[in-house]
Design a protein around this ligand. Sequence first.
Ligand SMILES: *[C@@H]1O[C@H](CO)[C@@H](O)[C@H](O)[C@H]1NC(C)=O
Ligand SMILES: *[C@@H]1O[C@H](CO)[C@@H](O)[C@H](O)[C@H]1NC(C)=O
Ligand SMILES: *[C@@H]1O[C@H](CO)[C@@H](O)[C@H](O)[C@H]1NC(C)=O
Ligand SMILES: *[C@@H]1O[C@H](CO)[C@@H](O)[C@H](O)[C@H]1NC(C)=O
Ligand SMILES: *[C@@H]1O[C@H](CO)[C@@H](O)[C@H](O)[C@H]1NC(C)=O
Ligand SMILES: *[C@@H]1O[C@H](CO)[C@@H](O)[C@H](O)[C@H]1NC(C)=O
Ligand SMILES: *[C@@H]1O[C@H](CO)[C@@H](O)[C@H](O)[C@H]1NC(C)=O
Length: 496
Amino acid sequence: MLSRCDSTVLFTFILSIIVFVITSWGADVDSPQCVFFSVEQCPNITTTNVCRCHVVGVQSVICCHIRSDFELNEGLACAAVGQPNVTALHLRNVTLDKFDANSDRWRHLVSLSVTDSHVPRLVNVFGSRFELTCLNLSNNGLNEVDPRILTLLPKLSRLDLSHNNLTSLPELPEVSVHISHFFIDISDNPLLSCRSLSDMLSKYHDSKSENSVHFLNQKSTFCVHPSSFHWFDSIERVSFEKITEKAKVDKVCPRGDGYNCSCDPYRLEGSAGGVYTITIAVDCSSRNLTALPKSLPPFTVHLNVSYNSITQLDEISIDESYADIRYLYAEYNQIKTLTVLEGSRFMDKFTHLGLKHNNIKTLPVYILSHAVDRMSQYGDNSIISITLGKNRLHCDCTTSQVVKYWLISNQKVVTDFDEVMCENLDEKVIELDQNKVCMVQKDWSYYINYIIALEIILFILLISKVSYDYWVFKSAGYLPWPASKMPKLPCDWVFE
Ligand SMILES: *[C@@H]1O[C@H](CO)[C@@H](O)[C@H](O)[C@H]1NC(C)=O
Ligand SMILES: *[C@@H]1O[C@H](CO)[C@@H](O)[C@H](O)[C@H]1NC(C)=O
Ligand SMILES: *[C@@H]1O[C@H](CO)[C@@H](O)[C@H](O)[C@H]1NC(C)=O
Ligand SMILES: *[C@@H]1O[C@H](CO)[C@@H](O)[C@H](O)[C@H]1NC(C)=O
Ligand SMILES: *[C@@H]1O[C@H](CO)[C@@H](O)[C@H](O)[C@H]1NC(C)=O
Ligand SMILES: *[C@@H]1O[C@H](CO)[C@@H](O)[C@H](O)[C@H]1NC(C)=O
Ligand SMILES: *[C@@H]1O[C@H](CO)[C@@H](O)[C@H](O)[C@H]1NC(C)=O
């Protein structure tokens, strides 16, 4: 039986194991801190001590109240920064135009902090032999950073860029990111562009992967978006969480040999069941594509494939991933026909169909009418729009009788109805003169009639001449000209 004392010991033992497990597990996700000293630890400048940097603790140096490169160099020199025995450096309250990363003085530093200062620019690149594992650049009014500044660092695992004025983020060092946990803090940069943040996220943030980049202070991490980013509508500042949604979309964005499309969340759309879906806009414009992309992300409603060399639209009606498209921009391509769209789900629900500057030769009015009729059921033709301008149709009598009037009567839908051209005539389809186009055909049949009439007359004349010759031969015994001048043929013996 255990005594009370034994059980207390046992209990303490178990508790300490639990505490150990919790703390060591916590330590795993805890990020290391960079060298940091308070203002009180700044060197006192007196008449006897003029050095602005001094040694504090083990192998660490702090420099304060520096206003120029000259003062910085002087301070670093008097504290022997650059010697292998100085491995941590904190610069605080320094005012410099720029901080030069490519200096041998930083080579032996394992931890470097430049904080609570005014340093708007970071120039050059930290070298590949640098030892830095921790870099704190917090609260410096940083505005401009060489995008490649960190790329060569082999051991960096902690980066603090918080409380600055960054608009774009520097690239992370590939090597370091892949060896161990990498912690980055980019909170409170009020002008950070969402493009830059989402690029970084789609590259490195994967909540499932162990070896991904950990973003700290996510609650105060925001970015600002250009106004064209529909998805966020009126929200000026976009939260970290929203941007991670976008990063997920990027992973399934179409890409192929030598091209990448770009994918953005388009809108938040509610359905009858109260479930919201993030719809997607895919931009594959100007990618030299000769066919539509093979597969689109789920819920793609907006597709821009303008300025390519696409010749057909088969995927729209065949490929399941095209089923949600409502806005199709396929302008400036070489699309020849629209007949594949007949009966497709796209035709049942599209809002915009952009087909201007293509190679369409015949306009299947019955297919397009179906869509227009669908809209007129809702009493507003302006819900859908189609562009067809600068296609050169093969114009004939039917074009002038059907297509022309369809274009004119649907001009609210076909916004560039007056720019549809003829291929065989130098005319706009809406200006085709029915009398002229259809007359041309009548003229032809008239000629044929004349020729037939002429042939009949010639035939009758020939018969009459032969009959006359025969009558003369029978009654007068000689052949009139030209039959008399013709050479004798073997069959003539029959008559003799
Ligand atoms: C960087 O410095 C700031 C002070 O400006 C401090 O709050 C922060 O914890 C430091 N970050 C790291 C990683 O040491
Ligand atoms: C580094 O070594 C030099 C002498 O070689 C010494 O003066 C200095 O205080 C040392 N610095 C640190 C941070 O230990
Ligand atoms: C920062 O340094 C300047 C001199 O460069 C000094 O006048 C000022 O008081 C310092 N600020 C703080 C908060 O220590
Ligand atoms: C932040 O940067 C912008 C330019 O990108 C500049 O106009 C602005 O003055 C900066 N703000 C601060 C507080 O440095
Ligand atoms: C497409 O994107 C991937 C990853 O984002 C990149 O590695 C590749 O170089 C890009 N290709 C082109 C042609 O831009
Ligand atoms: C489609 O892409 C082209 C070329 O990049 C661009 O000019 C056009 O504005 C885009 N259309 C839409 C609706 O985004
Ligand atoms: C498209 O192809 C042309 C010539 O074939 C080339 O000059 C151009 O760079 C290509 N554009 C893209 C975006 O690949």
